[in-house]
Design a protein around this ligand. Structure first.
Ligand code: FES
Length: 444
């Protein structure tokens, strides 16, 4: 995902001087979960046991998580789906931890990375100001005696991310080896509809999902409409099973699956990939400011974690989705502004404080403390592609090339749901069912 640097970024000079934004805690919608405390750069903050610690920080009014590699621009979570790397922090002495995927625990120590002397006041942010057109740090002063050695040290400071862990990692147990006829990756409406069809046909299978809950976007996305498709239950669903890749050895093709700290080596006959999409990021000035989120990240914080990420949220982009998100924000006690407008530029020092939007040919600057971008996602095609499926550009995004039944270029790899491009929940379920039926014809 590419975050866009504003060509004439008036905030940069002020940021380089380290002016501090006055953050404010945002409303919690319920008091679920045991109240605990965590530490951010030595400061004690409240949190709820078990929620993503990124949510704890946002609820505590701390949307600034780190500085970016090289240009040291402020960073904060964007996707809440382990897809953007903008929420990485040092957690309990371990660098580069996805805080959107890490549960808060009592006494957890969080440190903002990649900043000197601090993320709020980072002198290396001057790099962003000095090189508005970009900088190739590999070649800067190369060939100039002494200066090139000094530059090598500076470049490491600019381009490195995190420090080595405080402690060695724990010993790993050997992988658990098992085999299944069909693996469905993704426990959203599509994967669960596929499971239902496979159960009806007596096909041995497992459904693997990295989340702690079933249903995918039906459970956390922007609500589509009244009476939207509910996910079907499946006895074959395995939650908190994160598929990290597809490999092959003498025993055949296997999925590498992380379940907690344990690695599983799951040999599969056929694969149905229903992993949905990654939140996309439209290009506009300062689109990388902390406080700018994917729409699904905002709905996820509200629906799953009872945190409203701002009091005044600009719900911009696709008009239908923005209107639905605005209803959710308003029903949760927030104020939705600039609903359905086109984002032009973000404003703020260490977090967004306003957004310029375009509507009907005119532009206006709207005050807000969060922005939700309603844009269709990019298919999460990595696993299907690793399995041999072809990925093509459909004019708007890269999608997995497949027929109406989810057949791909590889005879043992099928896809469903948003792998072939954006679709409603009902269509997603229908695609899952069709792919399962096609796949089970002549199952190995
Ligand atoms: S990777 Fe955590 S917010 Fe995107």
């Amino acid at each position: 995902m590419t975050r866009t640097q504003a060509p004439a970024n008036v905030a940069l000079g002020a940021r380089a001087l380290g002016r501090v934004l006055c953050d404010a805690a945002v409303p919690r919608l319920a008091s679920e979960g045991r109240e605990i405390s965590i530490e951010l750069d030595g400061q004690t903050l409240p949190a709820r046991q078990g929620e993503p610690v990124a949510c704890s920080l946002i609820a505590a009014g701390e949307p600034l998580f780190a500085r970016s590699v090289k240009y040291h621009r402020p960073r904060g979570p964007y996707c809440f789906a382990a897809a953007c790397s903008s929420c990485l922090m040092r957690v309990d002495g371990v660098p580069n931890v996805f805080t959107c995927r890490t549960e808060a625990t009592q006494g957890m120590r969080l440190e903002r990375q990649n900043a000197f002397p601090s993320a709020r006041l980072d002198v290396f942010a001057a790099t962003d100001w000095f090189f508005p057109g970009g900088m190739n740090h590999h070649e800067l002063l190369a060939g100039v005696p002494i200066a090139q050695d000094v530059m090598a040290v500076v470049a490491r400071k600019l381009a490195g991310l995190g420090r080595l862990p405080d402690h060695e990692g724990p010993e790993r147990e050997p992988a658990v080896v098992s085999r299944v006829e069909v693996a469905v990756v993704g426990g959203g409406v599509s994967g669960l509809a596929a499971s239902q069809a496979l159960l009806e046909r007596g096909v041995e299978h497992l459904v693997l999902d990295r989340e702690s809950f079933a249903g995918g976007r039906a459970a956390y996305g922007v609500p589509e409409s009244e009476g939207e498709t509910a996910p079907l239950p499946s006895p074959r669903l395995r939650l908190l099973h994160n598929v990290v890749g597809l490999f092959e050895d003498a025993g055949g093709r296997f999925l590498a699956v992380l379940a907690g700290e344990r690695l599983h080596q799951l040999y599969v006959g056929k694969l149905l990939v229903a992993m949905g999409s990654h939140p996309a990021l439209p290009a506009f000035g300062n689109n990388d400011l902390p406080g700018i989120y994917a729409a699904r990240a905002v709905s996820r914080m509200i629906r799953r974690h009872q945190v409203l990420p701002g009091k005044r949220i600009a719900c911009v982009g696709d008009a239908t989705e923005a209107a639905a998100l605005a209803r959710l924000v308003t029903a949760s006690g927030g104020e939705a502004v600039a609903v359905g407008a086109e984002p032009v530029a973000g404003h703020g020092l260490n977090a967004v404080s306003a957004l310029t939007v375009r509507r009907g040919g005119s532009e206006e600057k709207v005050d807000c403390d969060a922005v939700a971008l309603c844009v269709s996602g990019s298919p999460a095609f990595e696993l299907a592609r690793q399995g041999g499926a072809r990925v093509v550009f459909d004019g708007a995004r890269f999608v997995v090339e497949a027929d109406a039944d989810g057949r791909t270029a590889h005879p043992a790899v099928f896809v469903a749901g948003e792998q072939q491009g954006p679709c409603s929940l009902a269509e997603s379920a229908a695609r899952g069912r069709r792919a399962a039926m096609a796949l089970s014809r002549g199952a190995p």
